[in-house]
Design a protein around this ligand. Structure first.
Ligand code: SF4
Length: 369
């Protein structure tokens, strides 16, 4: 606005129109004088934001979207909506249950693909295609809020930066998105969680962020020791567990805040009783207020691991709880539409690689169940 000779506070009006009123065209920014709107349009100023190109709906109410970030770029990223209404939690899968959400979680991508190469993750198969901009990361959230007519402040929405990509390898844009989401959209950073595979320089920067902008932190641990972790997550060779924990210690936690350790249970690889004891010791030794989120591995094509047996999952959970570690078993959401953890790979239908349909944008969102 300043560049075109307008006062800076006009910029605030534009930001409000973009992020709160979610307008789609310059002509709809009614807080600007009509003459200015006409001038902006005549000079070619446009509003563009990530758009849901395709939507897939799970029997459990979860929706997975292929989001086209920019009209000029056909690449899509994945964003997931997980409603958790009382009916939905009952898990009867009915349409009504899916609609009656009381709170919801949006899983947001920070990169197209990922370079970290965790062996159990389908996104890793894409490699890193590009970083998303701050606007593209925040814009995924705005697109989903609009689709579900979410009223920020009234509806309870949590964000998890756990979609495609490693947020701390796109740090400036990730935190830029957080700033937009907090300051412009009005979401609370305490309802946001960012998960990292353990990028130590990123955690160190994150520790410096002010509390009114800092989401909660989750560490994608996934193994009881360095040896197994290095096999599953090559990044561990660069930053082993002790280095990650040391960096996490520098993050000043808010009252009652806990660090989350995410732990993917791979059948026969990370789900044995001795692994549970080792994880309990590891978490206790950190001395951090922490909890463990267990995730039974979600199968994906071309990834040679086994889903853990339900008895093994329950035994693991009980072993940690028995050691006094707060532990939660994350229910798989949207497994049937490849929306669950580690499954995001722009898969359009059934088992298989992304197809040309991935880039098929425009037109109304189609729903596949
Ligand atoms: S688990 Fe996360 S960090 Fe690891 S490859 Fe997949 S998207 Fe990247």
């Amino acid at each position: 606005m300043v560049e075109i000779g307008e006062p800076a506070w006009r910029g605030r009006q534009v930001a409000e129109a973009l992020y709160q009123q979610r307008v789609r065209d310059v002509s709809e920014i009614t807080t600007l004088p009509k003459g200015l709107r006409e001038r902006l349009a005549a000079e070619g100023w446009q509003i563009a934001r990530p758009a849901i190109a395709r939507a897939f709906q799970s029997a459990d109410g979860t929706e997975r979207y292929l989001v086209q970030c920019s009209p000029d770029d056909p690449l899509t990223v994945e964003t997931v909506w997980m409603p958790e209404g009382d009916g939905g939690e009952a898990g009867d899968g009915s349409e009504e249950a899916a609609k009656e959400w009381r709170r919801a979680t949006i899983c947001v991508s920070s990169q197209v693909g990922c370079a970290v190469n965790c062996q159990f993750c389908l996104t890793a198969k894409l490699g890193l295609q590009r970083n998303l901009t701050a606007g593209e990361i925040a814009g995924q959230v705005v697109a989903v809020l609009e689709r579900h007519a979410v009223r920020v402040g009234r509806d309870r929405v949590n964000l998890v930066f756990m979609g495609m990509g490693e947020p701390f390898l796109n740090y400036d844009n990730f935190m830029g998105a957080v700033r937009l989401l907090v300051r412009e959209v009005g979401l609370s950073p305490q309802r946001m969680t960012v998960s990292t595979s353990g990028i130590v320089p990123g955690i160190e920067r994150f520790a410096q962020e002010p509390p009114d902008l800092r989401p909660k932190l989750a560490i994608s641990l996934n193994a009881p020791n360095d040896q197994i972790r290095a096999e599953l997550m090559p990044i561990n060779r660069k930053w082993p567990i002790a280095a990650v924990i040391e960096a996490v210690r520098r993050v000043p936690l808010r009252p009652r805040e806990r660090i989350t350790f995410e732990y993917v249970l791979l059948g026969g690889v990370t789900d044995r009783p001795e692994h549970a004891s080792e994880v309990a010791r590891l978490v206790r030794r950190t001395g951090l207020p922490a909890k463990v989120n267990l995730i039974a591995w979600n199968p994906g094509p071309g990834v040679e691991y086994a889903t853990p047996k339900p008895e093994a999952v329950e035994a693991f959970r009980q072993a940690l709880a028995g050691e006094g570690i707060p532990v939660y078993l994350r229910q798989p959401r949207g497994r049937d539409i490849f929306a669950a953890c580690g499954q995001l790979k722009r898969t359009v239908a059934g088992w298989g690689p992304p197809t040309s349909q991935d880039r098929d944008v425009g037109g109304p969102a189609s729903v596949a169940t």
